[in-house]
Design a protein around this ligand. Structure first.
Ligand code: 1CP
Length: 344
């Protein structure tokens, strides 16, 4: 889209153009902290919700409208891509995601099916086009995927993990099999994100949620080349957001891998991180999600501190440092959106 005064402020910020006020959206802005969502989930399973474009559209659009945010994010999950490549995924009640046939041996990598088309995830692309049609033009739609390292962690651990010891041990034990696995996940993810962009996603976010568990040395050896290849395979005219948590020591290496916008968690100071990364990238972040459980005065103090650190530089997208927690009061989220739009 050419630069125009009418371009949505979120898209302008992704391109580091000046905006009237700081744009804001929140990771996991649709979910269990919302009563409508809980009501819907009492009737349909999470996977069914993701696979029913009408419902995914309703959840995405309702959340964005209710909160008054500057962008909507597709309702889906980073783990959906594991199904078509041959992993048996379940979202067990109260336990989070479970993979029943995780990768344990190097030879297990051979049984994965390479993804040759995004067609098995067609329900996601259907949701993207329906959501795009349902949203007002002023609200851009973000498509997303898990980054290969974070997907590999789930595929090897078989679910969430504290230390990612099995995934990292696999990586050290058999770097060749790790490379094959990461290439396969990279190719599948590139195909999937290109299909989302073709269906109407205007910005693409890569969630490398668990990459902060790696040392910079290991990040550069085992992850960065794949991330670089992935970003290079995405459409050049679609802004990309490169997000991770616990990444204070990895930020420069992440920037070098790619992304128009770098996502920060709350463990770094936004101004210091941006100074380190330089003016060639936009920044997304970085309020601690737990601050949304605090009284409004504290939310205001902390939000303004982040706005002060950004100091009106073009290219700041306000967000949390990680997803909204299920115990968050919806009123507090709405208050945060107003505070950010009021400015400093
Ligand atoms: O209703 C339920 O019980 C399901 C809860 C839920 C929801 C609402 C899951 C299971 N996923 C989602 C939606 C989701 N997941 C979205 C779209 C909604 C939005 O953002 O508004 C997105 C972008 C995700 C991304 C996601 N899923 C990530 C990356 C973001 C992050 O928080 O780091 C990760 C790691 C997942 C895996 C996953 N899926 C669901 C859960 C509970 C988890 C995390 C499990 C774990 O901690 O290991």
């Amino acid at each position: 889209m050419p630069d125009s005064p009418e371009a949505p402020r979120f898209l302008k910020a992704c391109r580091r153009e000046a905006t009237d006020v700081t744009p804001i959206w929140l990771m996991r802005q649709a979910g269990r902290y919302m009563a409508d969502y809980r009501e819907l989930r009492s009737r349909v399973s999470f996977l069914e919700l993701c696979k029913t474009p009408d419902l995914a559209t309703e959840v995405t659009v309702t959340a964005a409208e209710r909160l008054g945010v500057d962008a909507a994010i597709l309702f889906a999950d980073i783990l959906l891509i594991l199904e078509p490549i041959g992993l048996d995924l379940e979202f067990a009640k109260g336990e989070g995601p479970v993979i029943h046939n995780p990768i344990t041996e190097s030879s297990d990598v051979d049984r994965l099916r390479p993804m040759t088309s995004a067609e098995p995830l067609g329900y996601v692309m259907q949701a993207v086009s329906q959501i795009r049609a349902a949203l007002p033009p002023s609200i851009p739609l973000i498509g997303f995927a898990g980054a290969p390292f974070t997907l590999a962690c789930y595929a090897i651990e078989g679910g969430g993990s504290r230390h990612y010891d099995r995934a990292k041990a696999f990586m050290y034990r058999d770097p060749g099999a790790w490379d094959v696995l990461m290439r396969q996940l990279t190719d599948a993810t590139a195909l999937y994100l290109r299909a989302q962009a073709e269906a109407g996603a205007q910005v693409l976010q890569l969630f490398d949620s668990w990459v902060g568990n790696l040392s910079p040395f290991d990040y550069k050896r085992f992850v960065q080349p794949h991330m670089r290849r992935l970003f290079d395979a995405l459409p050049a005219d679609v802004p990309t957001i490169h997000f991770g948590t616990g990444t204070a020591t990895l930020l420069e290496a992440q920037r070098d891998a790619g992304g128009s916008v770098i996502g920060l968690d709350w463990r770094v100071e936004l101004d210091e991180a941006w100074n380190r990364l330089g003016p060639e990238v936009a920044i997304q972040g970085n309020l601690d999600p737990v601050v949304l459980l605090a009284p409004i005065d504290e939310i205001r103090r902390q939000a303004r501190r982040i706005l002060d650190q950004a100091a009106g530089r073009p290219g700041h997208i306000f967000n949390l440092g990680h997803g909204i927690l299920p115990s968050t009061p919806v009123d507090h989220v709405r208050a945060l959106v107003e505070i950010v739009h009021e400015g400093r």
